[in-house]
Design a protein around this ligand. Structure first.
Ligand code: 5AD
Ligand code: SF4
Length: 441
C-alpha cells in the first residue's frame, strides 16, 4: 500500500513552489498525498523565517505535529525550508520528535534522506546552500485542473538589504537556463494552466550563466510566444534594477499583465539608506511615473516595513506622504522584526512594539481608503477576468483582473480557465463584484 504524506506550507510563493516540487518527488516515489496530518506516515512543514511571527507559528505547528507522532510513533516528521536552513542540526537537538531537517536547496534529496531515516533510524540535517534545487520536469497531470501556476526562474538573493534574512537562507543568486524555464512553461500550459507567475527574489537580475546578454526582458519576450499561455506575471522586482527594457515590455507584450509588485519599504531616504536599498524616494516615484507612461492602466503594489531601527515620526510621515503621492493599488505592510545575523539587528534605537503597532494601523487605514477609492473608479467598467473557480461562498465564480484584483461574479456562462468580460457593479477594499457581460475577452 502506498504510504501517505502531508505537507503544510508557510510563507511566500517560493515556498509554495518548493512544496509542489517536493510533493511531485514523493508522488513519483512511494507516496500518495494525505489531506490530514493525522492520517500521514510522513509530515512536513515548509517554513518561513522572514519575521519572528512566522517562525513562532512554525514552531507551534511543529509541536502539534509532534503530538500526533506520540499517538503514532512511526510517523516521520521533517522541517523544510527557511527555518531548516537557518537553524540546521540544532533543531534535531531541540525537538526530539523531529526526524529530518531539509534546507532550501536540498529538496531534491528528499528520497535519499527518507531512505536513511527509514532504513537506519538516523536523524538527518541536510542544509548545503551551494546546490541548486529546482525541478527538472513535472509529474504528468500534477497541475491538471489548475488555471494558475508558479514558475521559479532563479534562486537566492544578492542584495543584502540590512533587515532581511533571505540572502542567508536562500543563498546567492543563481538563474535557471531559459530553455528549462520555457519547457516548464510549456508543460504547465499543456496541463491547462493559463496564467504563469515567474518567481524570484529579484527577477530583474535574472541572468543565466551561459548567456549573460539574455536578461529578464528577453525571457519575457520568449514566454510571450508560448501558445496557449494567456497571462504572464512576475514577482518580485527590485526598484534599483528596474530597466528601461523591462518598462518597454509593459508597453509591448500583450500577455504581460499590467501589474507590478515593487517593494518600496520606506518613504524616507535616510531609512532607505540604512536599509541598503540603493534608491531614493524620488527615484522610486520617477520609476512609477515611467511605468504609468508606458502602461497607463498598470496596477502598482508594494511592501512597506514600519518601525525600522531609528525610524522617527518624521521618517514615518515621509512614508505616509509617499503612499499618498504614489496611490498604490494595495500594500503589504509589516512591523520591523529583528532577524538574528542581519546588520539591522545590531542597530541601536529600536522602535517600541507599541509605536510599531500604531504606525502599522495608521498606514493600513490610509492605504485602505486609497484602495477603496481606486476600486470605486472601476464601478460600471468592464474588466477582463480569468475564471479560477467557485467563489468562497460558492454561489458565484471568482477570478482576477489582469491588474490582480479579485472579482466575484454570477455565472450563467463562463467556466474554469476562460477569460471573460465582467461588468463591475460594486467595489470593496479586497474584492470587486460584477456581472458577466461576455465570455470572450
Ligand atoms: N521585518 C519585517 N519585514 C520584513 N520583510 C523582510 N524582512 C523583514 C523584517 N526583518 C518584508 C519586506 C519584504 C517582505 C517580503 O517582507 O517588506 O519585501
Ligand atoms: Fe530580502 Fe532585499 Fe533580497 Fe528582497 S531584495 S529578498 S528584501 S535582501
Amino acid at each position: 500500500m502506498p504510504r501517505k504524506f502531508y505537507i503544510t506550507t508557510m510563507g511566500c510563493q517560493m515556498n509554495e513552489y518548493d512544496s509542489d516540487y517536493l510533493s511531485q518527488l514523493l508522488l513519483q516515489d512511494r507516496f500518495e498525498a494525505s489531506r490530514r496530518p493525522e492520517d500521514a506516515d510522513l509530515i512536513m512543514i515548509n517554513t518561513c523565517t522572514v519575521r519572528r511571527k512566522a517562525e513562532q507559528k512554525a514552531y507551534s505547528l511543529l509541536g502539534r505535529m509532534v503530538s500526533i507522532k506520540r499517538k503514532r510513533p512511526d510517523t516521520i516528521i521533517g522541517l523544510v525550508g527557511c527555518i531548516a536552513q537557518q537553524e540546521g542540526a540544532q533543531l534535531l537537538e531541540r525537538f526530539p520528535g523531529l526526524d529530518f531537517v531539509l534546507g532550501t536547496r536540498e529538496i531534491g534529496r528528499i528520497g535519499e534522506v527518507l531512505d536513511r531515516v527509514e532504513g537506519t533510524g538516523e536523524r538527518i540535517a541536510a542544509t548545503d546552500l551551494n546546490k541548486t534545487s529546482l525541478p527538472s520536469g513535472h509529474l504528468p497531470g500534477y497541475f491538471a485542473g489548475k488555471v494558475k501556476g508558479y514558475l521559479s526562474i532563479m534562486e537566492g538573493c544578492d542584495n543584502f538589504c540590512s533587515y532581511c534574512i533571505v540572502p542567508y537562507v536562500r543563498g546567492r543568486e543563481v538563474s535557471r537556463p531559459p530553455k528549462e524555464i520555457l519547457s516548464e512553461a510549456k508543460s504547465l500550459v499543456s496541463q491547462g494552466v493559463k496564467e504563469i507567475t515567474l518567481l524570484g527574489q529579484n527577477v530583474n537580475s535574472y541572468r543565466p550563466e551561459e548567456d549573460d546578454s539574455f536578461g529578464f526582458p528577453s525571457l519575457l519576450r520568449e514566454l510571450e510566444e508560448v501558445d496557449g499561455l494567456r497571462r504572464i506575471r512576475f514577482t518580485t522586482s527590485h526598484p534599483k534594477d528596474l530597466s528601461d527594457d523591462l518598462i518597454r515590455c509593459f508597453r509591448e507584450l500583450r500577455k504581460l499583465c499590467p501589474h507590478i509588485h515593487l517593494p518600496v519599504q520606506s518613504g524616507s531616504n535616510r531609512v532607505l539608506k540604512l536599509m541598503n536599498r540603493g534608491y531614493t524616494r524620488e527615484k522610486y516615484a520617477e520609476l512609477i511615473q515611467r511605468l504609468r507612461d508606458a502602461r497607463p492602466d498598470i496596477a502598482v503594489t508594494s511592501d512597506i516595513i514600519v518601525g525600522f531601527p531609528g525610524e522617527s515620526d518624521e521618517d514615518f510621515h515621509l512614508t505616509l506622504d509617499l503612499i499618498r503621492k504614489i496611490q498604490f493599488d494595495s500594500i503589504y505592510s509589516f512591523k520591523y522584526s529583528d532577524r538574528k545575523g542581519t546588520p539591522a539587528a545590531s542597530l541601536g534605537h529600536k522602535v517600541s512594539e507599541e509605536i510599531k503597532a500604531k504606525r502599522l494601523s495608521t498606514l493600513q487605514a490610509l492605504q485602505k481608503s486609497i484602495t477603496l477609492s481606486k476600486n470605486k473608479l472601476l464601478e460600471g467598467k468592464e474588466v477582463e477576468v480569468l475564471v479560477e473557480g467557485p467563489s468562497k461562498r460558492g454561489r458565484q465564480l471568482t477570478g482576477r483582473t489582469d491588474t490582480n484584483k479579485v472579482v466575484n461574479f454570477n455565472h450563467h456562462t463562463g467556466s474554469l480557465g476562460e477569460l471573460v468580460k465582467v461588468k463591475i457593479k460594486r467595489s470593496f477594499a479586497n474584492s470587486l463584484r460584477g456581472e458577466i457581460s461576455s465570455t470572450r475577452a
